[in-house]
Design a protein around this ligand. Structure first.
Ligand code: MTE
Ligand code: MO
Length: 473
């Protein structure tokens, strides 16, 4: 019987991305995956792992942790790692290229959930400012933050007939520049509250800070598509229903063609945020901005746009960002049956509840000077729908008052930005909890509790936000 071939790690290293034959190590086994690379659903990203150990990458791309993927790999088995290279019976994990080595430094005030990949909330101190400073804008990275060279950067557009048109950054900047003020909100914003208010919801346990608002400058996607030769009107393109975006790592998503082409959709290819070039974490040199849609569709480090009959086949389009019923779980759902989240429902949160200092006590209705509490927060609705009212309760939902909606200057053909609000209430009205709910121009509002809206992926948490009033005597 054949003994497995013993392979030194030095030999594995010679079969990296520059080699004709490309190998990877998983566990203590070596695989020659040369033939399979063109079929990798994540594209060229896999070239980062060849010539080394793949386990570390699979920790990041958890989608690989399933039998069918292990079975594919087994077909390419060529031998075992030479025992002389094992430490405590295992392949040492160091010496592989660190996918996060080019990640930028981050602002110390961000509330970090995971560092690699970086997932961090905006600090509450900035959630009550209309514009979020770029360095405090929340960061949601599924993988590393690619560091792209703006000079050699190219955006490729794939037309329905397969023809490709590429643009440099300089070429893109020659199109009319458009400013849009938009809120990006992660589908997981406030997931922690769903977990607390119902049951554990899968994913990062975000508080109220997986949302931020900035002014963005870029060019209209519809202008670029038209220039590339697609205006969506030709009969022979009638089958095209989606615009797919591919990032430079492996992230991908898509939006309906209708949103992309709408004159009122304000879908941009963005190169500036708050008056500066996009920061690396937010997609430098170019990201998509799909205002009014869940932020997962605003693909960063944009490399490729394709016009297609189907949605993006990425896990982020096909799986992660969908909602099911409160009784359903990951093992029993038909993923294809639920639509990918695009526009988002009404959201609001209380960012602070504080006793006003004596000097700022307000004259209240009876002309008496009373101890007062100031409550502040944000409210937001997807789809370009304006927030028309914010109801705040000082006593756990028994009585309600309308908050003042603060003025701001938001650019855009629809309302894509959140609304900041504020309310001053006499302290004697305060119960155990302050509560907020908002209403949008379609008279949509938020559910009273989490249970009926529980979904196991923990998406679109939107129940009334409750915050305890701590300073009662
Ligand atoms: N684009 C790429 N290329 N890679 C990513 O991981 N994350 C998406 C989206 N675009 C992501 C991406 C998700 S889920 C969100 S919520 C937003 O980017 C976050 O954008 P931000 O980090 O600029 O706040
Ligand atoms: Mo997200």
């Amino acid at each position: 019987e054949d003994k497995p071939r013993k392979i030194r790690l030095s030999e594995v290293r010679k079969h990296g991305r520059r080699s004709e034959k490309r190998w990877v190590v998983r566990g203590n086994k070596v695989y020659d995956i040369t033939e399979w690379i063109p079929n990798h659903p994540g594209g060229e990203v896999i070239l980062r792992a060849v010539g080394g150990v793949i386990d570390t990458y699979w920790e990041i791309f958890s989608i690989h942790k399933k039998q069918e993927v292990y079975d594919i790999l087994e077909q390419y088995y060529i031998g075992d790692v030479d025992p002389r290279d094992l430490v405590d019976g295992r392949v040492p994990q160091d010496g592989i290229e660190d996918p996060f080595e080019d990640d930028p430094l981050r602002h110390s005030t961000l509330k970090v959930h995971t560092e690699r990949p970086c997932n961090a909330e905006s600090p509450v101190e900035v959630l009550d400012k209309f514009i979020t400073p770029s360095e405090q804008f929340y960061v949601r990275n599924h993988l590393w933050a690619p560091k792209l060279d703006p000079e050699s950067y190219r955006l490729t557009i794939e037309l329905p007939d397969g023809e490709e048109v590429a643009y440099s950054l300089e070429e893109l900047k020659k199109f009319p520049q458009v400013d849009v003020t938009a809120t990006l909100q992660c589908s997981g914003n406030r997931r922690k509250h769903m977990t607390e208010g119902s049951r554990y919801a899968n994913g990062l346990q975000w508080g109220i800070g997986a949302i931020s608002n900035a002014s963005f400058r870029g060019v209209r996607l519809r202008d670029i598509l038209a220039h590339a030769g697609f205006d969506g009107t030709a009969e022979d393109n009638a089958e095209i229903k989606h615009v797919q975006f591919q990032g430079a790592e492996a992230y991908g998503a898509s939006i309906p063609l209708e949103k992309a082409l709408s004159q009122y959709g304000d879908v941009l290819l963005v190169h500036e945020m708050n008056g500066q070039p996009l920061p690396q974490d937010h997609g430098f040199p170019l990201r998509v901005l799909v205002p009014g849609h869940v932020a997962a569709r605003s693909v960063k480090w944009l490399k490729r746009i394709s016009l297609a009959e189907e949605e993006s086949q990425s896990q982020w389009q096909q799986r992660d960002y969908k909602c099911f019923g409160p009784n359903q779980s990951g093992s029993d759902v038909d993923w294809a049956a639920a639509p990918a989240i695009q526009e988002t429902p009404v959201q609001s949160a209380i960012t602070s509840v504080k006793d006003l200092p004596k000097g700022e006590r307000l004259l209240q209705v009876y002309g008496l000077e009373e101890d007062s509490i100031e409550v502040k927060g944000y409210a937001f609705a997807g789809g370009g729908r304006r927030i028309v009212r914010v109801d705040v309760s000082p006593d756990d939902g028994r009585s309600w008052t309308q908050a003042e909606l603060l003025e701001d200057e938001a650019a855009g053909r629809k309302r894509w930005a959140w609304t900041q609000w504020k309310l001053v209430v006499p302290r004697r009205l305060a119960g155990a909890n302050f509560v907020v709910k908002a209403v949008d121009e379609g008279y949509n509002t938020q559910p009273g509790g989490h249970e009926p809206y529980y979904n196991f992926r923990g998406n679109l948490t939107g129940a009334w936000h409750r915050v305890p009033y701590k300073n009662r005597d």
